[in-house]
Design a protein around this ligand. Structure first.
Ligand code: TYD
Ligand code: MG
Length: 458
């Protein structure tokens, strides 16, 4: 066996490998992403000569006869996290949690470790970013169970794995994947090769030991997890922890999950004693519920598998000079442009000379067209300066002709709205109006013009 050192240049975006440095990665087209990496590989002289077939040591089996030990799921102790994971922590799974600095990744995982300890199982919290005293200060805010969590302040992967193999934890937390390194690879921690290798070795450890591994991942300016894209391919589950820095609630979202559905959200509030699950997310995304003012409309979205009521605010103001401004928070600007064109052309609302600001309360992002009708209603309400009826919810997709289409899962949206005290639902009747739920009146319209007629010109 010989040990060779080899220098390669690897793209930090896509992981493509080159023998020489270049300004641009040919594989993904990104500029200035090639980084030098020294790989020390142990090569073993192969016994077989080229061309001669070797005897296979494994053989294929029918999928139906593959043996399975059903992976057990254990509650993380945080209901919202269980929800996002698809029902709890799966033994032997690897979860990557990404998010902006200061959003609460370390807090979340320390709380998970504390819950695991409280449930009589064994957590190991590896801090490669913060010192023991720093972690202790955080743990003191989180309560007694957090103080029982075993801590390892270590940055070398080999040491972390050695300790884990000895202490056999049920849950291993690595904070963060960009700050640990393996001595087998040269290059600083956070380097593409290091991140990939460390993640792959943690994955192997998780699969062979059955220990669930949580890794924290830093995010880049673009919002993705820093490091090679392959990192997201290696792990079983990718979660993003997001929230408006100035607000105290946080949304946990799955973008990949081998053990559950994606697009599930969990909502937390950051308090003085750590993160707290928000029981009723709808209440958070709704305004203060005071007297209705012009320019606000409520819609019911489906986030993951649950309906959430969201308030949309719009402000139409006379433009100063030049091109009117369109500012959209939480709404795709192109969608807003389309809705404004429909408003102008199909219902005669003069928006082209107005500055339009649209905001989704609570920093949530509107990703389904079911919110179209509420955005349109909020803008129209602001233009006319007439508040929308109290207790009204708007659910519908707008077509280019101004027609209002019914949306999927209407019954569930209506049930949530009625549960939160909404009394009337404005819905589309194109494609069949939904059936009304208990306690909520339906006002179905085929066209935007007709609906605005009944709302503003009655
Ligand atoms: P942290 O978990 O360190 O974030 P990350 O690991 O994602 O960088 O959380 C940092 C913020 O959370 C920090 O600004 C302080 C705040 N915080 C609280 O408000 N309450 C608490 O109980 C804790 C532990 C943190
Ligand atoms: Mg941290």
């Amino acid at each position: 066996m010989t040990v060779k050192a080899r220098t390669v240049f690897r793209c930090t975006e896509c992981g493509a490998e080159y023998p020489k440095w270049g300004g641009r990665c040919d594989a993904c087209g990104e500029w200035n992403t090639l980084a030098e990496e020294v790989e020390r590989t142990a090569t073993k002289a192969r016994g077989t000569s080229r061309g001669r077939a070797t005897a296979a040591t494994t053989s294929p089996v029918a999928i139906g006869s593959v043996e399975v030990t059903r992976s057990a799921r254990v509650s993380s102790g945080l209901r919202e996290l269980d929800y996002v994971l698809g029902g709890g922590i799966v033994d032997g799974s690897v979860v990557l949690i990404g998010g902006e600095p200061g959003i609460g990744k370390s807090t979340l995982l320390l709380q998970v470790a504390a819950c695991v300890a409280r449930a009589g199982r064994r957590p190991l919290y590896v801090s490669a970013e913060e010192s023991g005293p720093q972690v202790r200060l955080r743990a003191e805010r989180l309560g007694d169970a957090a103080l029982l969590v075993e801590l390892l302040a270590e940055t070398t992967l080999d040491e972390i794995l050695a300790v884990a193999r000895e202490t056999r934890p049920d849950v291993l937390v690595v904070d963060s994947i960009q700050t640990i390194y393996s001595a087998d690879l040269e290059g600083a921690p956070g380097n593409v090769g290091q991140v990939r290798e460390c993640a792959a070795r943690l994955m192997r450890y998780a699969k062979e030991s059955g220990c669930a591994v949580f890794m924290v991942g830093h995010v880049t300016k673009g919002g993705g997890v820093a490091g090679p894209k392959t990192l997201e391919h290696i792990v079983d589950t990718v979660l993003y922890f997001e929230g408006d820095g100035s607000l105290d609630f946080r949304v946990l979202r799955a973008t990949k999950n081998r053990f559950g559905s994606v697009d599930e959200i969990g909502v937390f509030r950051m308090t003085a004693a750590g993160l707290e699950a928000v029981e009723n997310p709808s209440a958070l995304f709704m305004g203060d519920g005071g007297a209705p003012s012009s320019g606000t409309a409520v819609t019911a979205l489906i986030e993951g598998t649950r309906p959430v009521l969201v308030e949309i605010q719009a402000l139409a103001a006379k433009a100063g000079y030049g091109t009117p401004q369109r500012v959209a928070n939480g709404v795709d600007p192109r969608r807003l442009a389309l809705l404004l064109a429909v408003l102008e052309k199909r219902s005669g609302i003069p928006v082209s000379q107005l500055d339009i600001f649209v905001n989704v309360a609570g920093g949530l992002r509107l990703s389904e067209p079911a919110g179209d009708l509420a955005i349109a209603a909020a803008i129209a309400s602001s233009v006319y300066d007439v508040p929308l009826p109290a207790g009204a919810v708007f659910i519908g997709e707008l077509g280019l002709g101004g027609e209002i289409r019914a949306v999927s899962q209407s019954e569930r949206r209506l049930a949530e709205a009625s549960q939160l005290g909404m009394t009337v639902a404005y819905v589309g009747s194109r494609g069949g109006a939904p059936r009304g739920g208990a306690g909520i009146r339906l006002s179905a319209h085929e066209h935007l013009g007709a609906m605005f007629g009944s709302l503003f010109r009655a």
